[in-house]
Design a binder for this molecule. Structure first.
Ligand code: ATP
Ligand code: MG
Length: 689
């Protein structure tokens, strides 16, 4: 037997080595954050190749495709000299299913060049299905997103749609027959047109494996080894797929941490990992107990927090690294000071030689990064928001800003077209007609008059008339000259003047968007002047546009991310924002013990991303509207930790906070400092989504 070419013992500890060397599966590695689960899995892949498993015989399932790429790059370093690592099939469940269906969809009656619907397409198809019900328009009928969500949950939980309706959306039970018929129609239409949405990729792979013994045998022959990272966040359907793919041979390795299961809202079920030993009797179970990522101080805080969760697999975790800096808890006066503190500290760390790439700012919801994004743009600190959409680029935020732009400048074509499309019954053709007839009016006609003009109204289809009236009433109120309206008030009026209803109709039980807009109103409330406010926001977008164009793009970025998106990753310095009760944990997510425990797991994930420095920051007050201040409480996740001598953190008291007199009270609105040269609105940076 040739001696191993990789010096495993030098690169792994004993526990990890045992897991890497374990014979054919099933193998379960269940261990805390930063204990080397992903590393162990990577080395196990290398070891399998070394043992002679052909690379195309390995299936590596990960939480993101990027994670799979990083793991295979590492395997390439280890085993590239003797194996063609590129032939490993690695990526998300969706990716793997897609690849396999391209080869085998024929057996299911699909052509192998079937089309995959993206979310936009899926929504369009659902809109058609709802329209085809040939019923009089029924306002109470759930919107397309909601029906899609029901279908998706049903698929992922492997339950009938009716069950999901009962469990998750009981308010629509009176319409159950209709909703179920629409869901069924959606499924039929997809099948007729040979289309698959994302969930179908998984569902059809399961059908392929359960209904076609020959193909199952063929795939079982091919995938000699199946490995899964982040197994705690698999849902029922994914769990079933893993079991089916592992087949009779059961050479399966799964790794995960039940304390990091944070996707139950998408159907993830950590009983998959907890129940693994029962489903695979005789499996080898390894627990890794040394944490290599974080200092003992950071780990101490994380352990103290997660120990308060009742439901968990018992684990121990001790730090392998030497002692470092104590984590800090930092109360700040308000969201602006919170942003300023973080930006300042980031610049200090950079001066001390830490690269921006080694730092991250994490938060519970995208809207929590708003003030920080502006502050970073102002200071010229390059940043990247993980998972794409920046706060100001989200569709609903752009909608609301478009109303404000139109108030600011009645000639803003993009803004006009964007808002008028939100009027029920107005389509693209009507929008064009409306705009042309508006332009034909004498210059300087006030917007309110223009919208009321009969030449303009002549273009409205009957079904749009009521909505348009509402819209023009709203615009009349917003542009009324008497009693100048501040940006904050304008945002609130847009929300109250129909946009909130539009959101409810469009996104049903989704509360986050409305919450985002309230945040925007709060933020806008600090500006006196509409044009100044819009300029500030345009500057953030300009910053984004530069980045997107790649024009002298900096090669170092700070990362901004929700905690959900940060799973599995690590940085030297981590800042967690908005650690105030109601924000983190999010108030919507603490209605039951189970939800609170999931939020605490999320907090645990956030803490354990940090290697050297950890700062937990929160604002003491928010200003929902002018002259009003609300005091916030520190997050229960911090409050519940030992305090005094035993506190696993230091409190950092900023001079401003120490000097503040008793916090509450109507302090005057703080002006946002000028941005330097007061130029006109940068042009050409508007991008439609
Ligand atoms: P998470 O639960 O967050 O996904 P994990 O258990 O997958 O974490 P890894 O990301 O594999 O942990 O490892 C955490 C860090 O510790 C990585 O930087 C990794 O390289 C390092 N590490 C793990 N094991 C060892 C070891 N034996 N020697 C040196 N460094 C190690
Ligand atoms: Mg990992």
């Amino acid at each position: 037997k040739p001696s191993p070419r990789i010096d495993y013992a030098a690169l792994l500890n004993e526990e990890q080595l045992r897991a890497v060397e374990a014979g054919e599966g099933p193998v379960l590695v269940i261990a805390g954050a930063g204990s080397g689960k992903t590393r162990t899995l990577t080395f196990r892949v290398a070891r399998l190749l070394e043992r002679g498993v052909p690379p195309e015989g390995i299936l590596l399932l990960t939480f993101t495709n990027k994670a799979a790429r990083e793991m295979t790059r590492r395997v390439e370093e280890l085993a590239g000299s003797f194996a063609d690592v590129r032939r490993i099939l690695g990526g998300t469940f969706h990716h793997a299913a897609h690849v396999l269906l391209r080869q085998h969809a024929g057996a299911l009656g699909f052509s192998t060049n079937f089309t995959v619907l993206d979310r936009e397409d899926a929504r369009d198809l659902m809109v058609t299905c709802i329209a085809e019900r040939k019923l009089k328009s029924d306002k109470r009928f759930p919107r397309p997103e909601l029906v899609l969500d029901l279908v998706s949950m049903a698929t992922n939980l492997q339950q009938p749609v009716s069950q999901v309706l009962v469990d998750r959306r009981p308010q629509f039970l009176p319409l159950a027959p209709e909703v179920l018929a629409t869901a069924a129609r959606y499924q039929q239409r997809k099948a007729q047109m040979h289309l698959m949405d994302f969930d179908d990729l998984l569902l059809h792979l399961k059908r392929l494996l359960t209904q076609h013994d020959d193909i199952r045998a063929q795939l079982a022959e091919r995938f000699r080894c199946v490995l899964v990272d982040e197994y705690q966040d698999t849902n029922r359907l994914q769990g079933d797929l893993v079991d089916l793919l592992a087949g009779e041979r059961k050479d399966l390795t799964v790794v995960g941490d039940d304390c990091q299961s944070i996707y139950s809202f998408r159907g993830a079920d950590f009983t998959n990992i907890i129940g693994f030993p029962e489903r695979y009797p005789g499996c080898a179970v390894f627990t890794l107990t040394r944490n290599y990522r974080s200092t003992p101080e950071i780990l101490g805080l994380a352990n103290a927090s997660i120990s308060r969760n009742a439901r968990q697999f018992p684990k121990e975790l001790t730090a392998a690294r030497p002692s470092g800096a104590m984590p800090v808890v930092v109360p700040t006066r308000d969201a602006d000071e919170q942003a300023a503190f973080v930006a300042q500290r980031i610049l200090e760390l950079r001066d001390e030689g830490m690269s921006l790439e080694a730092m991250a700012v994490l938060y519970r919801a995208h809207s929590h990064s708003l003030e920080l994004q502006l502050e970073l743009a102002r200071r010229g600190i390059p940043f990247r928001v993980r998972s794409g959409v920046r706060f100001f680029e989200q569709s609903h935020i752009k909608d609301v800003l478009a109303y404000l732009k139109l108030v600011n400048n009645a000639g803003d074509e993009l803004a006009f077209k964007r808002v008028v499309r939100r009027v029920p019954g107005v389509g693209p053709a009507t929008t064009e007609h409306l705009w042309t007839s508006l332009r034909a009016l004498p210059e300087g006609t006030p917007l309110a008059d223009a919208l009321a003009h009969e030449d303009v109204r002549a273009h409205l289809p009957r079904k749009a008339q009521k909505g348009f009236q509402r819209f023009s009433d709203l615009m009349a109120r917003l542009t009324r000259p008497e009693g100048a309206r501040t940006p904050g008030v304008l945002v609130e009026e847009v929300l109250a003047g129909g946009y909130a209803e539009y959101l409810k109709a469009e996104y049903a039980a989704e509360e986050q968007r409305e919450e985002d807009i309230r945040q925007l109103a709060q933020f806008a409330g600090r500006f006196e002047d509409l044009a100044r406010f819009l300029t500030e926001i345009a500057l953030v977008s300009e910053f984004a546009a530069e980045e997107a164009l790649g024009a002298d793009a900096p090669d170092e970025y700070l990362t901004l991310s929700t905690v959900h998106q940060a799973k599995g990753l690590e940085w030297r310095a981590v800042f967690v924002l908005w650690l105030a009760d109601g924000r983190f944990p999010l108030s919507l997510a603490t209605r039951s013990d189970a939800e609170e425990e999931e939020e605490r797991r999320l907090f645990y994930v956030a803490l354990t991303r940090a290697k050297d420095e950890l700062a937990l920051v929160y604002p003491l007050t928010v200003q929902p509207r002018e002259g009003e201040r609300i005091l916030l409480r520190v997050s229960r996740f911090i409050e519940e930790l030992p305090s005094g001598e035993d506190a696993p953190y230091d409190r950092l008291v900023l001079a401003t906070v120490a000097a503040a007199p008793g916090e509450a009270g109507g302090q005057p609105t703080r002006a946002v400092p000028p941005l330097g040269p007061d130029g006109p609105l940068p042009s050409g940076l508007e991008s439609e989504d």
